[in-house]
Write a protein that binds this ligand. Structure first.
Ligand code: ATP
Ligand code: MG
Length: 385
């Protein structure tokens, strides 16, 4: 199930290279490139979770003279000055005429003869030439590129990620995906208080994290009406708490519709008023659904570091309004009381408002290739000149 899932995630990431054949094996996977550009394919595969390492491998016939030629050819493309190397042979075909030692010696001698600049070093050499003698062929590889690690996205089940346009929730989504969770993004938009650009920005963030495993469903929830209603009848200090309770209820309903098992968000303990433990108690009250908080214990600077690594930071800090900030009271309660939150909320038609928001939710698929109309237009202009 894990390898099948990984294979399908890789295929999705390689839509631009349909000629690449993905061949899953027990604990590794071949990608037969069929002339697709190696570098470009590796770039697409590198962020996919569930891959420990990636090696460009050359498959050749089981002939040591051919192997020698390929090894020398590959090494001649490298800068070898002052470098050390070793040959590391693995042999699963034990009937092959040479054993691993003989192969190491044969190829090692050939390399030393052809490249006098290079020295043998068995412990931590600069270059490791890997030879794998298999039943049907021989494989040669020079490079091992670290993969993204983690588990294949989708193998841990589906969660609803509450995605704002901020710094924390995209990082939370990335970390959830790393543990194999498939995510669907739920975004609360409050037009006309929030702009179309704010929504686009969030979709671009979803596209950024889609690179880590396939396509993502993006759900836009109309939230203005609820915010207006809350503002009308709830004391200012509790606006934030009640608003969050609504967000969570709606997300939970959407979760049920999507047959997802949990909810993920970007809350970090103590970061703002709505993220104190007291606030979490008052907000979390509306559901029993497990809530995954991948960045709960991370400092802001550490979250930012990850955001930079996954290339979401620059987008996140673009100054577009969020529905929470638009309606944020000047001094939200840092220690809201659960009883009071329930009491104020009872003044509203909770069920009706939630039903309306869920029914008005727009769902669209977002892939890593998603670009906005603005970007596409800009690209067309750039292409002209
Ligand atoms: P972020 O950087 O993710 O926006 P934040 O530090 O700004 O987080 P809050 O605005 O309090 O914190 O939001 C806490 C969490 O609530 C977010 O990480 C996100 O999961 C969720 N959230 C906030 N606003 C929205 C929104 N408009 N749509 C969906 N989820 C939201
Ligand atoms: Mg925010």
């Amino acid at each position: 199930m894990f390898t099948q899932k990984l294979a399908s995630n890789i295929k999705k990431a390689l839509v631009d290279f349909p000629q690449v054949k993905v061949i899953p094996d027990y604990d590794f996977m071949y990608l037969d490139l069929h002339e697709a550009p190696e570098e470009a394919v590796i770039e697409k595969v590198k962020p996919i979770f569930g891959i420990q390492s990636i090696s460009p491998v050359y498959i050749i016939e089981k002939d040591m003279e051919v192997a020698k030629k390929v090894v020398l050819d590959l090494l001649s493309q490298e800068n070898l000055e002052g470098k050390t190397f070793k040959i590391m042979t693995k042999r699963s075909d034990h009937t092959f005429e040479m054993d691993t030692n003989q192969i190491n010696l044969f190829l090692g001698d050939a390399v030393l003869e052809a490249f006098p600049d290079i020295k043998v070093q068995l412990k931590q050499p600069d270059i490791t030439v890997r030879i794998d003698v298999r039943r049907e062929h021989l494989m040669v590889s020079l490079k091992t590129i670290p993969g993204a690690g983690g588990l294949p996205v989708g193998t841990s089940g589906r969660v609803m990620l509450m995605l704002s346009g901020g710094i924390d929730s995209p990082v939370a989504g990335y970390l959830a995906m790393k543990r194999g969770m498939e995510i669907q993004c739920v975004h609360f938009a409050s037009p006309p208080y929030t702009s179309p650009q704010a929504l686009e920005k969030t979709k671009l963030l979803a596209a950024k994290i889609a690179r880590f495993g396939g396509s993502i469903q993006f759900l836009t929830v109309p939230f203005s009406r609820i915010q207006e209603e809350i503002k009308k009848s709830v004391p200012e200090a509790y606006l934030m708490t009640i608003m969050r309770r609504f967000m969570l209820r709606i997300t939970d309903q959407l979760r049920e519709n999507a047959r997802a098992l949990a909810i993920a968000n970007g809350e970090s303990v103590g970061q703002v008023a709505s993220q104190t433990l007291d606030s979490m108690v008052a907000i979390n009250d509306v559901t029993n659904t497990p809530i995954i908080r991948p960045v709960a214990t991370m400092d802001k600077l550490d979250i930012i570091k990850v955001a930079e690594e996954i290339d979401t930071f620059e987008l996140s800090i673009q100054p577009f309004e969020d529905c929470c900030t638009v309606f944020a009271p000047p001094s939200p309660k840092t220690k809201p009381k659960l009883e009071k939150a329930r009491q104020y909320e009872a003044r509203l038609d909770v069920e009706g408002l939630i039903r309306e928001a869920v029914e008005g939710t727009v769902i669209e698929g977002i892939t890593a290739n998603y670009t906005t109309a603005v970007e596409t237009a800009q690209q067309e202009i750039d292409d002209l000149f």
